[in-house]
Design a protein around this ligand. Sequence first.
Ligand SMILES: [Ca+2]
Ligand SMILES: [Ca+2]
Length: 352
Amino acid sequence: MERLPQPPGITEGLISAWGVSEDGQTVLMTTDSSSDRQRSWILLGSAITALTTPGADSVWAWDLSSDGRVAVGTMRVDGIEEGFRWTAETGLVGLGSVDGEPPSGNSLSTAEGVSDDGDVIAGRASQPTNTFTAARWTAKTGFVPLTSDSTIMQALAVSRNGQAVVGSFNSSAIRFAFLWTPENGIVQLPSLPDDTENHYSAWAVSDDGAIVAGWKIFGVPTAEAIVWDSVRGAIRLRTLLERDFGLDLEGWQIYSVYDMTSDGTTMVGYAEDPTGLRQAYRAYVPRLQHGDMNCDGVTGVGDINAFVLALTDANGYAQQFPDCRIIHGDCTGDGSVGVSDINCFIKLVTAE
Ligand SMILES: [Ca+2]
Ligand SMILES: [Ca+2]
């Protein structure tokens, strides 16, 4: 671990690193929100480049493309906020709003996340009625709203391949997480089964949109890391790791998932260890090979015998399929394999 060079004129302790390139060489740094005038820098080797443009009184960059060439964020010029895309060649380039025009008056845009290639950006943009909504930007289309719904929404991240977008929306002061894919549009993600608070945000999504992660906030504890998938619905990351993978996380509090790999199996965020010390963590969460009971990589009628064995003789199953995980047969998503899984398992394997 090393200390990164401090940009000139910035008070110690008021800066964070928000993004890093795939090769680890380029780092994006932004002042904390407690500073009155937010600023961002690109660090490459020992060279520090300020992200700035004439007239900008604040610049907040949040994400970096995988080659470190493109940074995205929001700038404030004359009191008006506009999402930007930065490269060393172009400097800060405003992304406009939904109509392509620079925001003015009450309109705004923001840029929150960028794809690995730097070409797709997720954020928020004003519609002609000046309501803000989650939007996806490409050079060809500009900002396109993800929905015509006037509910206030913000996109918080885009998948590495630029296809899926996640974020949160507010409805009557209740905050839900959403997933957007080109196929299904905006889909509201479910709450935890035991939850009546409904304050969720999604911060990361796999390339295929099948795995989403983020947090639930404003409860007790203050935040909890949540994972969504089609089988389990919403589940606490801690519960998932303990229940389905047998980890002992007694005393740990996992607060957030902020990013994940393309396949959704490696997640990072922050947690508190049993002594109460805040930690950055990395968790490996293998994908559930749904219904693939004989672990040949395919789900189909060939899995029925292995499923029956798992139901009737768990030890025999473990002996015959030592590298398989019995949890693949849990199609109700409750963390165990039993007779209640029979109906959905049959549907699953006969749907090929
Ligand atoms: Ca199989
Ligand atoms: Ca089950």
